[in-house]
Design a binder for this molecule. Structure first.
Ligand SMILES: [Zn+2]
Length: 405
């Protein structure tokens, strides 16, 4: 995740890392919690729990709080995480811009800035991005306590294990070693991830799918993509990329897709395709409150106010989206489906259209008690990037760096 050296980690060190992570995870997820409870839940020896919590306290990552009365009459000290002394920078790298957010370790955004990045080569983009990071750090120096991670999310094909960008939709990249370069320049543990997959993980940690281990998030924006959370982890496969829902063929005689095939979902369920369809219908003379110049936001608003054309357009997208989502449900049997993207502003029309497909195209046992909900974090730029740092705390990789550093 941070370097190839992780693979050679010694067994003793690995056990240490896993035990520290188990304790930290319990405190993070269930705190305030006592040492006795931690020992019970983790099945670690009480002496190990005492030792690990001492290290975590000394590092400032956890703290003791009020005493709670235990059943035996003895009072046990409870422990919670300490999040204010540590920061991460989460970066959402788009096609022509980047949003940088300074987080504390609870995921609270402390500052945010947008930077225009119109660069068209890997080298110039990296240069401009690193300059943006440097100036962001300088600008918010007073808010910065201890910077423990920089994470970047982006569209494209990402190898998160080796920290390499293999493909970006708008520029040619040549196995871009972004993580290694970030770490060399800023001397901070760094992570990269796919934007939608990372958003799915953020929903699992802090949002709509906190209550379930298996979920699917589908986001409609420039295209359509999905993130699959299986047993609490992003499902990536050995190639590091799973969830190209947008290239499921939903219309055999449909439009040509950017991928070269015909009738892919994202030729219908993408903001530009939706806007194009509205323009086309208006040019045919259909009646609507919408005018030629309208974006996805205006279309959703018109649909919410009952405009017949806008309503039909949203439901049309919902039916095709639903067809692909139904396939994904039959494959992965999730506990919840999350829909993200600007189009969810018309959720009252969109979600029932998707649910209609699920009800007729999904195995009965799989669709029982299956909520389809709107993303809780989509508007929260960079939260997916923060989720990558959070994951590294919970699985012990970043945590161990901090304890040893
Ligand atoms: Zn395609």
């Amino acid at each position: 995740m941070t370097s190839g050296g992780q693979a050679q980690i010694g067994n003793v060190d690995l056990v240490k890392q896993l035990n520290s992570a188990a304790v930290y995870r319990l405190i993070d997820r269930q705190g305030p919690i006592s040492r006795i409870q931690i020992a019970e839940h983790s099945q670690l020896a009480p002496a190990s729990v005492t030792k690990i919590t001492r290290q975590l306290i000394e590092r400032g990552l956890i703290k003791e709080v009020d005493q709670q009365a235990s059943t035996g009459g003895r009072r046990a000290i409870s422990i919670i995480t300490e999040t204010r002394g540590f920061n991460t920078i989460g970066i959402r790298l788009g096609r022509s811009d980047a949003t940088l957010t300074l987080f504390d370790l609870s995921g609270k955004p402390l500052a945010q800035e947008d930077y225009a990045l119109p660069e068209r080569t890997q080298e110039t983009l990296e240069h401009a991005l690193f300059n943006a990071i440097a100036s962001f750090m300088e600008q918010y120096e007073r808010k910065l306590r201890e910077l423990i991670a920089i994470s970047v999310i982006l569209p494209g094909l990402v190898d998160p294990v080796n920290g390499i960008i293999r493909y970006m939709p708008h520029i040619n990249v040549n196995c871009w070693p972004l993580v290694a370069n970030l770490q060399a320049r800023f001397n901070v543990t760094s992570f990269v991830g796919h934007d939608i997959r990372s958003l799915a993980l953020a929903e699992h940690y802090f949002g709509a799918t906190r209550d379930c281990a298996d979920s699917i998030l589908v986001r409609v924006h420039r295209g359509t993509g999905a993130g699959i959370i299986a047993n609490g982890h992003i499902f990536l496969g050995s190639n590091g990329n799973v969830g190209e829902l947008g290239h499921i063929q939903v219309d055999p005689l449909g439009e040509r897709c950017s991928c070269g095939n015909f009738g892919c979902l994202e030729t219908i369920a993408a903001n530009s395709a939706i806007e194009k369809r509205v323009r086309h219908l208006l040019s045919q003379g259909y009646n609507s409150v919408l005018r030629e110049e309208c974006g996805i936001h205006q279309i959703c608003q018109a649909a919410n106010r009952g405009d017949a054309l806008a309503t039909e357009v949203i439901e049309h997208v919902g039916r095709y989206l639903g067809k692909a989502v139904a396939i994904a449900i039959n494959l992965f049997n999730p506990q919840k489906v999350v829909i993200a993207g600007e189009i969810t502003e018309a959720e009252k029309l969109l979600l029932p259209a998707i649910e209609g497909c699920i009800n007729t195209q999904v195995l009965k046992a799989f669709r029982k008690n299956l909520p389809v909900v709107r993303s809780e974090l989509d508007h929260h730029s960079g939260i997916g990037a923060f989720a990558l740092a959070k994951r590294a705390m919970l699985n012990g990789i970043l945590l161990q760096h901090l304890l040893e550093g």
